[in-house]
Design a protein around this ligand. Structure first.
Ligand SMILES: O=C(O)CCC(=O)C(=O)O
Length: 309
């Protein structure tokens, strides 16, 4: 058995992670570290790295204090749901562990994604200026923006998928920005990428296109058509995928202020939140493209929990 993976080459051995209820192997043949980049010069200079790797993890693109302020704002909005531990500071996002008013929590979430504060957070000038240059023209931010909170100990984590499955109605020249709202060390269950899988996603999509020639147009663009698995996922079994494709899952300790971009073909998932301090993982994932490219009309509405996308 090779040496287990460490947080840094000289650092501590990483804790055992899980995705849903499946434990991941801490084996350097199946797990590795995401490579961070710092923006120096023009964003377009990082395009090559993005194309080569299928992702770009940018350190400190957004002001950390602004990100934490927004984390506080979100958790304050959940105050009447019983989500947070009594007398805790909302910016810490420590879960109460008690039953919460699910219907109130859902309503708060749907209000938040429609709020001016969330819009302003996503329209951070550092981010849109970056995107304008990165996309080589005016950037368009899709209106449908997801805001996710993952409770410690929760059994569900986002299964493996690539984003184009949900965005087949427009261009494939898309860039997703996943933004941790607060620090997300690996034990809090951040995004994980299957190394080099943007080539695999592209192949799967072209196979799907051939196989779905018999479907009516509307079904062909849907992630829920009869050629896809439930929800458009590729798999919930991350270790099995790493074996099957002889690849590593790349993990990272994300910090408030970071932004990670990925290609619509890059296969990714999330691990579960097993934070020993019981904090809630908060993040947003939003999609950009050049305004001149075809836009998937289904994404021109705010996210709702039953929008089937
Ligand atoms: O945050 C998550 O759990 C999943 C995010 C995701 O799938 C994405 O950013 O495309």
């Amino acid at each position: 058995m090779p040496e287990p993976l460490r947080r840094r080459p000289d650092g501590e051995v990483l804790p055992r992670l899980r995705a849903g209820s499946v434990a991941l192997d801490n084996d350097p043949r199946r797990m590795g570290l995401l490579t961070p980049r710092v923006l120096v010069g023009k964003p377009s200079s990082l395009r090559e790295t993005f194309e080569a790797n299928g992702y770009l993890w940018l350190k400190g693109l957004i002001d950390r204090a602004e990100v934490l302020e927004f984390r506080r704002h979100v958790f304050q909005a959940f105050a009447d749901t019983g989500l947070l531990a009594p007398n805790s500071d909302p910016v810490d996002g420590v879960a109460s562990g008690a039953d919460r008013a699910e219907d109130v929590a859902r309503r708060r979430l749907m209000e938040l994604v429609r709020s001016a504060a969330f819009e302003a957070f996503c329209l951070n000038p550092g981010l849109w200026r970056f995107m304008d240059d990165f996309l080589g023209g005016l950037s368009y931010l899709h209106k449908r923006k997801l805001l996710r909170h993952t409770l410690p100990g929760q059994n569900f984590s986002t299964p493996a998928h690539y984003d184009l499955v949900y965005l087949r109605g427009g261009t494939d020249r898309l860039v997703t920005a996943w933004i941790p709202i607060g620090d997300v060390p690996v034990e809090m269950g951040g995004l994980v990428y299957l190394e080099g899988s943007h080539a695999l996603g592209r192949r799967m999509e072209s196979e799907f296109r051939v196989a779905s020639g018999d479907l009516p147009a509307e079904e062909r663009t849907s992630a829920y058509n009869r050629h896809m698995q439930e929800g458009g996922w590729i798999s919930k079994d991350l270790p099995d995928m790493a074996e099957r494709f002889n690849a590593r899952w790349l993990i990272a300790d994300y910090e408030a202020g970071d932004v990670v971009l990925h290609s619509p073909y890059m296969i990714h998932a999330a691990t579960a939140n097993d934070d020993p301090a019981g904090r809630i993982r908060l993040s947003t994932d939003i999609r950009y493209q050049n305004v001149r490219d075809e836009i998937d009309a289904r994404w021109a509405n705010h996210w709702s929990l039953d929008d089937m996308l």
